[in-house]
Ligand binder design. Sequence first.
Ligand SMILES: [Fe+2]
Length: 507
Amino acid sequence: MSRRCVLQGLAAASLAPGLLAQAQARPAAAAAIQARLAANPLLTPLRGVDDASGERHSARLVKRGHWPEALRGRFYRNGPALFERDGQRYHHWFDGDGMVQQFTLTGGELSHRGRLVQTSKLQAERKAGRFLFNALGTAIEGGPPITGPDSVNPANTNALEHAGRVLAMWEGGSAYGLDPADLSTQGPVTWRADLAGLPFTAHPKVDAAGHLWNIGTMGRHLVVWQVGPDGRLVNFQHGSSPYPGGMVHDMAVTGRYLVVPLPPVKLDFARAVGDGPRRFALDPGEPLRILVMDKADISRRRVFELPPQMVFHIGNAHEAGDGTVVLSFIGAPDVSFLDRGAVALMAGERMPAGDSLLQLARLDMTTGRVQVEQRPGNVEFPRIDPRRIGLGGPAAAQWLLSGAGWKRFEGRDGGLLHGIQLSHLPSGRLQRFDYGAQVIAEEHVLVPKPGRSGELDAWVLGTTFDAAQQATVLNLLEAADIAAGPIAQAVLPDALPLGFHGNFTAA
Ligand SMILES: [Fe+2]
């Protein structure tokens, strides 16, 4: 045996006990976190579900106030829900297996169904009785080889009903199709046989004509999907990313363009220690890039450079008619939420407070110049009137709905959102509603009223977690008067896992 082989053997021998000790320590650590979560009434939804409790059905929800007869449809949400197997708990909130929630509204009555998405990852891990695959923020050792993005796809970020099926989406792999009738999993969606498994991110936009636009990134590759109202692939384009390897989360669509923020954020493996969470960092010296591509030919594009910052979500983009594209987005000066906040939550600890600010960027497609305006207030989860997606000129959205934080106020858990805000983009005027310090406000959406066309002829629909009741609540507000608070609520029997995003489909 050569000296080199001996040294390698010794190294392996010395490593194995370390890994064993880490594995042995995990159940006690997970139990300690569960106890901490149970003792913090505001964070109990982060205890998560298991395979059994990830299947729920409430045929009739307890109601308060008046649920309008005209509000009929299905409201979906998705979020990480299964966080532990065999005593091992994920470090990062984004790691959990996705659970889709469906609220069905039938002329004043409401029901709820929630189901874990039966991804190939979840099924393999359920069978094995333990986690097998690396997650975004947690390294898992000893699993089978990863054959592509869908090997590790938790389908945990967004849910959207389109062309008769529910798409449960993640950032890096295929959308999973679910049956709207019972949320049973149909499997990963293949838009075209030769494109199977390519990334389909979690924030597609459906324009006024019913076309679904989406992107995907993998290393230096960038793909664009256009799916017709009938669910068939209309067009697929392939190009290169101007910032390979970064995190690309959201996109916007205008009449002519696709607009994609590319924040300078990467995994920082060097700072990951032992069994601890993977880390994220801003890439020093790199700007926030905004990629604007012509929908008809994505090789016709312009890249704008803005001050470095983290961007998860855009509000909207539209063409102003003077050669500029106006983009609303939420930017944070650092990656504190991604790197530490989402880890602290999973450990049952307070999150570090960070800023996330609504910003308007005017992107001049002729000169390449950009102007940015910041608006006050800590907000996230921006949404607009879904009827105005892709429209410009006078039809462009004027109002932006978002979650609102009061993190600097005493007694509030830093970083959590406790209310909602409606911002008038041209003037900066805004309305807010505060659910209170013991309530976590999740993403709310605008639901147009049938037969009406005004931008605020809409309801606002969204879930909250009420720590006092230890229950998830579905809330309905009038968009024209959100400051008045909910006009109707429906209370679930207990707490659902906190979710990220969702969408309403009218019946
Ligand atoms: Fe998102």
